[in-house]
Ligand binder design. Structure first.
Ligand SMILES: NC(=O)c1ccc[n+]([C@@H]2O[C@H](COP(=O)([O-])OP(=O)(O)OC[C@H]3O[C@@H](n4cnc5c(N)ncnc54)[C@H](OP(=O)(O)O)[C@@H]3O)[C@@H](O)[C@H]2O)c1
Length: 178
């Protein structure tokens, strides 16, 4: 199964402010994000991103929503939402069993890192917003991985924003073990 990670970020690689504010994410980027998410038919998010989305009224998304958490959270959303404590690889197997061909990873930084660390991400889309921030939440939380990327495409989302599309080079993937 193909795994796509899609994030909007500042020019210095932050996906939100320290207080989770994402004011810098443009409408164009949201539209593009939603389009690909709907095409994939699913989205995997971390528990913090879930809680923020509930607060701002965007949850559940118009797709099959998988929320990863080690906590027991009551599902009051129906059968389009699943809370799971499965490992990243198991989550992908679960989605494959449900008939999805592509898994869509929708953040945040901790969740992104846990999939990268296992070498499970095939493609990365990054919408680069014309903003830098001194503090904030990183695209990938601190984690022990290294990956090479191959450039696929650059798209202009607006006069001021670009979308980078990369393939993760799996053969060169090395996860350093201490
Ligand atoms: N700019 C963008 O495109 C974009 C997109 C999405 C999110 N965001 C931002 O990202 C921020 C949230 O990122 P974050 O790093 O703080 O949190 P996060 O990744 O959304 O959530 C972290 C939590 O998810 C669960 N989790 C993550 N990986 C897991 C794994 N492998 N197995 C089991 N559970 C796992 C854990 O929940 P438990 O603690 O419950 O076990 C963990 O504490 C927010 O500010 C949000 O606005 C930005």
């Amino acid at each position: 199964m193909k795994v796509i990670l899609y994030m909007a970020m500042t020019a210095n690689g932050l996906i939100a402010k320290e207080d989770d504010d994402v004011w810098f994410v443009s409408k164009n980027s949201w539209k593009s994000f939603e389009k690909l998410m709907k095409k994939c038919g699913n989205m995997i998010i971390g528990r913090r991103t879930y809680e923020i989305s509930v607060k701002d009224g965007t949850f559940p998304y118009s797709c099959f929503n998988v929320v990863m958490t080690k906590q027991k959270i009551e599902n009051k959303w129906g059968d389009k939402v699943v809370f799971t404590n499965k490992k990243p690889e198991e989550v992908l197997r679960f989605l494959k069993k449900k008939g999805f061909k592509t898994a869509f990873i929708g953040g945040g930084g901790t969740l992104n890192a846990s999939f990268m660390k296992e070498g499970l991400v095939d493609e990365i889309y990054l919408d680069v917003e014309p903003v830098v921030l001194g503090k904030g939440i990183r695209l990938f939380a601190d984690s022990d991985f290294e990956a090479k990327l191959r450039f696929i495409e650059i798209k202009k989302l607006s006069k001021n924003e670009v979308q980078l599309h990369y393939k993760v080079v799996k053969q060169l993937f090395r996860h350093k073990q201490n």
